[in-house]
Design a protein around this ligand. Structure first.
Ligand code: NAD
Length: 341
């Protein structure tokens, strides 16, 4: 008689920072994977690590904080894998994780179009003030004063970071007949051959009407937009950040807005967003004075880290995250491991 294979225990995954959209998309995609999923609304940080006990993998997002002490505790709790359901990994001490024998996987690209298109949306809204026009017209105020914009046609757009998102964004603004100046620590030869003009940062600052950030956050890019950078820019410049909050020194940009040097600011990310974004704080007194100050400017438009948030991206996030977890836990490696990043 054939011996029956013992049934494999399901892979247990704890999903942190879970909101309704995470639960909906992950549960749907899990029909193909059959993981044992537990959803936790809270962020992963020192206080919430005990929740990870007994799970094979934890799944985390942009505002979970996995520095060395958290990694140590994950190891003690038996976690084998950290699965980031995002591209950026500045919030994880990857070196420490590997020292402890914990793998780290991510979703390197889920929809660069989503982020590039949202960036363009911020630019158009800041310029043509759709958000103000919408409320005005609903209030029966049909006056145009205060809504004056400018033609994007022939303006110069400076793009810092010409990776997946930066390249799509460049194509979008080229469609508006903008001139593009690009800066990247590792310029892309192919793009250069195709006519993209790479310049130094100072030249980009001095000549751009709009500056858009598409580089990762690391020790070199932390506060890349600081007092000095802003002082090198054109008067009335538009700065847009859909990459990571800490690329911009908030105090410097507030000073730039107060002096009028910065004419427009579009943010989808903010330095201290962990304490704010993704939560409904409408009944709460916000304690972050810098954030509140930013909101008082008429020429600042902030969205709460939603640039990625399209149907296509959310589905890709769930699919790739689960494939990464399955591949890593079954084979001990994954093509989306950060060791390969
Ligand atoms: P990518 O890795 O494809 O491109 C990043 C580019 O930045 C690369 O060309 C790289 O050479 C360049 N770069 C690296 N170090 C640099 C430096 N010191 N100075 C200038 N350029 C440098 O990444 P991507 O998919 O295009 O994503 C870009 C960033 O967008 C991510 O790091 C992430 O932080 C952010 N992002 C935000 C959202 C959102 O919802 N707001 C979603 C996804 C990604």
């Amino acid at each position: 008689m054939m011996k029956e294979e013992p049934e494999k225990a399901p892979i247990k995954v704890a999903v942190f920072s879970s909101k309704k959209w995470v639960l909906d998309s992950f549960s749907e995609v899990n029909k193909d994977f059959n993981f044992e999923l537990s959803y936790f609304e809270s962020r992963m940080y020192e206080k919430t690590v005990p929740l990870a006990k007994g799970f094979d993998a934890i799944c985390v997002f942009v505002n979970d904080s996995l520095q060395a002490p958290v990694i140590e505790m994950l190891k003690e709790n038996g976690v084998k894998l950290i699965a980031l359901r995002c591209a950026g990994f500045n919030n994880v001490d990857v070196k420490k994780a590997y020292e402890k024998g914990i793998g780290v996987v991510r979703v390197p690209a889920y929809s660069p179009y989503a982020v590039a298109e949202h960036t363009l949306g911020l630019i158009l809204s800041l310029n043509r003030k759709f958000h103000k026009a919408y409320s005005r017209v609903r209030d029966g105020n049909f006056a145009l004063d205060g809504l004056l914009g400018f033609d994007l046609n022939e303006k110069t757009v400076g793009v810092i970071g010409t990776g997946k998102i930066g390249q799509i964004f460049i194509n979008l603004v080229k469609g508006f007949n903008c001139k593009v100046l690009a800066y990247d620590k590792f310029p892309n030869k192919k793009l250069e051959e195709d006519g993209l003009e790479y310049v130094g940062l100072q030249e980009l600052y001095a000549n751009s009407d709009v500056i858009s950030l598409h580089c990762p956050l690391n020790h070199e890019t932390y506060h890349i937009i600081n007092d000095y950078a802003i002082s090198s820019m054109k008067d009335n410049v538009m700065i847009v950040n859909t990459s990571r909050g800490k690329l911009i020194d908030s105090v410097a940009v507030i000073n730039g807005l107060k002096s009028g040097k910065v004419g427009y600011l579009g943010l989808d990310v903010y330095e201290e967003e962990e304490k704010l974004f993704f939560e409904d704080l409408s009944e709460t007194v916000i304690q972050d004075d810098q954030f509140v100050r930013l909101q008082t400017f008429p020429n600042v438009l902030i969205t709460s880290h939603q640039a990625f948030f399209t149907r296509e991206a959310v589905n890709n996030i769930a699919q790739t995250t689960f494939s990464n977890i399955k591949e890593y836990l079954e084979t001990g490696k994954s093509e989306n491991e950060l060791i390969n990043a």
